[in-house]
Design a protein. Structure first.
Length: 133
């Protein structure tokens, strides 16, 4: 219960922060990236996924401009997008994001432990779904 309240508060804060930063004329891509990343993480943690696909389109474009598609930051975007897809039941899309994120994390000397965990959960679900027929 405490965890849920913590993330509900984080979602309120992140939503308010994004509503300010996103309309601020002098906002830099850096500020936009971090504000929007906080918002999508809060949405994922609270399972409030409304408009998250639109948020990820914006975040993806900002991240590509700032860091490129081979960066650890882009790996994080893919990880989070994969998790959102997983929660939405879009399992094939989630698998693609997790796989690419793991590859990028490894190439950037990262440790993709959480992404691997989510991919394993996803693969178990896919196997279960296939045997359901």
């Amino acid at each position: 219960c405490f965890e849920r309240e913590k993330y509900d508060d984080a979602l309120k804060y992140a939503t308010e922060k994004w509503s300010i930063v996103s309309v601020f004329p002098e906002a830099r891509d850096f500020d936009l990236y971090y504000a929007l990343n906080e918002l999508v993480v809060a949405k994922i943690r609270t399972n409030h996924l409304n408009n998250i696909d639109v948020d990820f389109e914006k975040l993806d474009a900002i991240c590509k401009r700032l860091y490129g598609t081979e960066s650890k930051q882009y790996a994080t975007v893919l990880h989070n997008r994969g998790r959102a897809y997983q929660l939405q039941g879009r399992l094939d899309d989630a698998k693609q994001c997790f796989t690419k994120s793991i590859s990028l994390q490894i190439s950037n000397n990262g440790k993709p432990k959480r992404t691997v965990q989510y991919l394993k959960e996803l693969e178990k679900t896919l196997i279960y779904d296939e045997t359901d027929f």
